[in-house]
Write a protein that binds this ligand. Structure first.
Ligand code: HEC
Length: 192
């Protein structure tokens, strides 16, 4: 009798583990697709709208990083997930690094072959509780077209100088690490 219930227990744990592994795999694929969509969207919009000798205005921004910001909001709301950008040299103060993010950025800085980080993130909440998320993080690199707004400090468009007094997102070069995109998907049934 004891043997049988032990066997049942082993099977149960096995099935639970496989289900978790399966969910994790599915969520990773979803996160990868979202991160790729955002990174590729910004890159192709910049290629479309940034041409030599054009006057860069706030309208140009709305077609590039501004449009990306809107898309991020849309996807987060549709999927019920958190998506954020973080950078040590940030422009929007909301994108300054939070606990642990600077360490992750320095990993990407040191190892340019590190393409992604897939992990579980625990967010402490008031009291003893916590929320657990699948966490997917991908680095973002600077391309030629980004320099129109993230290049030399004194070449920044006027609207950037006016709107972002604490701006640090300049003086980048092509292939520099610009920042990272972080996607957090709640783990089903684990919210405490
Ligand atoms: C037309 C100007 C413009 C171009 C071109 C541009 N950006 Fe931006 N970018 C901005 C502005 C302005 C912000 C701040 C947005 C905000 O307020 O949330 C920003 C924010 C960002 C952020 C969010 C982190 C932060 O510093 O706040 C990332 C990442 C980023 N840009 C990467 C890029 C990359 C990569 C490219 C090239 C593929 C690029 N940008 C091209 C103007 C631009």
């Amino acid at each position: 009798m004891f043997k049988r219930s032990f066997m049942m227990f082993v099977v149960f744990v096995g099935v639970a583990f496989l289900a978790f592994a399966d969910e994790s795999q599915e969520k990773k694929m979803k996160a990868t697709a979202i991160a790729d969509e955002i990174i590729n969207m910004r890159s192709s919009l910049a290629k479309t709208f940034i041409k030599p000798d054009i006057q860069i205005t706030e309208e140009t921004f709305k077609s590039v990083c501004g449009a990306v910001g809107k898309r991020v909001k849309e996807i987060s709301e549709r999927e019920g997930i958190k998506i954020r950008h973080a950078a040590t040299k940030n422009r929007n103060p909301m994108n300054a690094t939070m606990a642990g993010e600077a360490e992750i950025l320095s990993k990407f800085e040191k190892d340019k072959n590190l393409k992604e980080i897939w992990d579980i993130y625990e967010e402490k909440v008031v009291g003893n509780g916590y929320y657990r998320y699948y966490s997917y993080i991908k680095p973002i690199f600077v391309e030629e077209t980004c320099l129109a707004c993230h290049g030399a400090k004194d070449k920044r468009p006027q609207f950037v100088i006016d709107k972002y007094p604490a701006d640090k997102a300049y003086d980048f070069k092509v292939r520099d690490l610009r920042g990272m995109i972080s996607i957090m998907i709640p783990i089903t049934g684990e919210q405490k």
